[in-house]
Design a protein around this ligand. Structure first.
Ligand SMILES: Cc1cc2nc3c(=O)[nH]c(=O)nc-3n(C[C@H](O)[C@H](O)[C@H](O)COP(=O)(O)OP(=O)(O)OC[C@H]3O[C@@H](n4cnc5c(N)ncnc54)[C@H](O)[C@@H]3O)c2cc1C
Length: 487
């Protein structure tokens, strides 16, 4: 620990966000970095506490946060970068989009403002790119083993990078036209500029990863072909089946799932043209977003940037408390009232609304019928129960509604079905401790096995799967089996 009194002397100073009226004019990132010297001071706030909950409990990739905070405070940026990369392949992604559960579990956050861990992570990575410290790390020798990775989101990319660095020949199959999963088509560009993704993809390509886009595994290449032609397969197909809201009027024009809307905007930003008959735009419209989370927030920020006339965000839950409830102690993620950067940009928020019906005329949406809910909250603050308030129904005018109430699981299409993979009760691919599915040599990672989660957890899962694959491929038993097969 570099400076025992750092947390007493220095207050939290994160990067500065562009003012709302400036940032909503474009889809560019809007959070600035602090100077290197300010960042070093910020790192000095880390108390190197006995049990670093940020690392052990809060961080999805088990980043060694106190150690790199100490290195940054002492000015050893290159060593901090190496330490960061030892647990996280893509710190510049998590440094931008992670909700920073580590900060919620930072000991300082008990009675002060936590260390700016996410900002420090981002700036270590950015300095690494600027200084040229981040270079391809091709394997020194080749194993001759072939691995197929299905899906190119953060889980697939992390698995691919770990495996190619171990000397395996890795091919990533992606059904979309561009690589990146939700980092490409999902998360808005204003949260992560696509050049940040492309820069890292070039590193993977130079390390030897082959990418094949517009290949729907299970359809364009059969599951049988994949399992026979590759020594191992890692399924990283995400959890892209959205939860639906099955209420009257669901088929009206103007009612959409969140993802097509967000993806179209990502594509426009990339220079693509969306055919007019498919385009979903919020310009000049009264928009309602149903459901919270990142996806809901992203619909708000995107609608505002497109020039929506109004944006309303509705939740069926009770208003979260301002302070942690008894049932939600530190170091857990606080389920307290918060405002995302997109909500800050201008939307009305309503809690305790039950959605009853999409209302329309001539096949087009004109409003959303809701009823108010009465929630009872137990004394410890845990989730209560609700009843509908009789006579509270009303219609909120709307031209466009986005359903953003979460994702069910990965697609149970030909790939999973033909391989006859076991699924759990929630429809996730079942894996063992080495991330292997019920079929030897077939592994799974990311949202496909976790359920809809976070970029940081997808990276960790991809890394774990890669370790499982490497162990499997290099184990004596597998080597003998393969030798016998080739005789
Ligand atoms: C709108 C939105 C915003 C989000 N914002 C955040 C955020 O701010 N911070 C955060 O931490 N997390 C966020 N998340 C969650 C995060 O993006 C995911 O948890 C993460 O991307 C999961 O990674 P993955 O690699 O498992 O899957 P994905 O990123 O979903 O990638 C799966 C890939 O597999 C491909 N694929 C699927 N089936 C096949 C097939 N048969 N053949 C070939 N390819 C296939 C898909 O096309 C896709 O490219 C967000 C999610 C969404 C939807």
């Amino acid at each position: 620990m570099g400076k025992p009194s750092g947390f007493l002397e220095t207050d939290r100073q994160p990067g500065v966000k562009l003012p709302v009226d400036e940032r909503i004019k474009h889809f560019n990132e809007f959070e600035s970095n602090v100077s290197d010297s300010v960042l070093e001071e910020q790192a000095s706030r880390c108390m190197d506490c006995g049990v670093p909950s940020c690392h052990a409990y809060g961080c999805g990739v088990k980043n060694r946060i106190p150690d790199w905070n100490d290195l940054i405070y002492k000015g050893h940026w290159k060593r901090a970068l190496a330490l960061l990369h030892s647990t996280n392949n893509f710190p510049e992604f998590t440094g931008r989009v992670c909700p920073a559960t580590c900060e919620a579990s930072c000991t300082l956050s008990i009675n002060r403002r936590p260390v700016t861990i996410r900002q420090i992570e981002k700036q270590i990575a950015e300095r690494g790119w600027k200084e040229g410290w981040i270079q391809p790390q091709p394997a020194e020798f080749k194993t001759g083993k072939r691995v197929a990775v299905i899906g190119s989101g953060p889980a697939g990319l992390a698995a691919a990078q770990q495996l190619v660095r171990k000397g395996h020949n890795v091919t990533v199959f992606e059904k979309d036209d561009r690589i990146g999963g939700m980092l490409r088509y999902g998360i808005p560009d204003y949260k992560i500029d696509r050049s940040v993704l492309d820069r890292r993809l070039n590193q993977l390509i130079e390390e030897g990863v082959s990418f094949e886009t517009q290949v729907d595994a299970g359809i364009d290449v059969s599951a049988m072909y994949l399992s026979r032609s590759f020594d191992a397969v890692v399924i990283c197909v995400g959890a892209q089946i959205p939860r639906n809201l099955v209420i009257p009027g669901r088929g009206l024009n103007g009612v959409h799932f969140a993802m097509p809307f967000l993806t179209q905007q990502n594509k426009r930003n990339a220079g693509d043209t969306i055919p007019e008959n498919e385009a979903i735009t919020a310009q000049g419209k009264n928009v309602i977003v149903i459901g919270g989370g990142d996806t809901g927030s992203d619909c708000i920020g995107t609608s505002i940037r497109q020039g929506a006339a109004s944006v309303t965000h509705i939740y069926y839950q009770d208003v979260p408390p301002k302070e942690r409830a008894l049932c939600n102690p530190w170091p857990e993620w606080p389920t307290t009232f918060s405002t995302s950067s997109s909500q800050e940009e201008g939307c009305e928020r309503f809690w305790k609304y039950q959605t009853k019906e999409f209302v329309g005329a001539n096949g087009n949406l004109t409003g959303l019928k809701v009823a108010e809910l009465d929630w009872t909250r137990p004394a410890d603050g845990s989730r209560g129960t609700y009843t509908e308030i009789p006579g509270s129904e009303k219609i909120i005018p709307a031209d466009l509604v986005f359903i953003s109430i979460g994702f069910q699981h990965c697609e149970h299409g030909p790939l999973l079905m033909d391989l006859k993979l076991e699924l759990d009760k929630r429809g996730r691919v079942k894996i063992d401790d080495n991330q292997m599915t019920c079929l030897p040599g077939i592994f799974a990672a990311g949202d496909a096995e976790l359920g809809a989660s976070l970029v940081v957890r997808a990276i960790y899962s991809g890394r774990q799967a890669a370790a499982g694959v490497h162990q499997y491929l290099m184990s004596e038993r597998t080597l003998k089996l393969k030798e016998n097969e080739s005789r």
